[in-house]
Design a binder for this molecule. Structure first.
Ligand SMILES: [Zn+2]
Length: 122
């Protein structure tokens, strides 16, 4: 009887530990994937992309930016100044690449509530 009690307590403790660990582990995992790349054209949202997924984004016919290794870089633009390309890659939340002539803004943002629904934004 006593051994069974120990087993029961052990099982409850294990379950409690699991309930404590799993959400935190999931939170760390979600946190790693939290950064998003938001592209706006003329103040209108053009699209939101995951910073963790390597991809090339064509913005209108004017700009092309690339997400690679957790960085965003403008790799092509038809603007006369080419400032957006010379700016170099961004990777930290709040950083932006702005192409003024084309009114293109590429911004790194955190995850917001809307974006937690995977696949909806993409
Ligand atoms: Zn530009």
């Amino acid at each position: 009887m006593k051994k069974r009690d120990f087993l029961l307590i052990g099982a409850v403790l294990a379950l409690a530990l699991l309930c404590w660990v799993v959400p935190r582990a999931a939170g760390i995992f979600a946190g790693k994937d939290a950064s998003r790349v938001r592209v706006t054209v003329g103040g209108e949202e053009y699209g939101t992309y995951r910073l963790s997924e390597d991809q090339t984004i064509e913005i209108q016919d004017t700009n092309v930016c690339e997400i690679k290794d957790g960085e965003v870089n403008m790799i092509q633009a038809d603007c006369p100044d080419q400032l957006c390309i010379h700016q170099g890659p961004i990777r930290i939340q709040g950083e932006t690449i702005v192409c003024l002539p084309n009114r293109v803004v590429v911004e790194i943002t955190g995850k917001d509530k809307e974006e937690q629904l995977d696949g909806v934004v993409q």
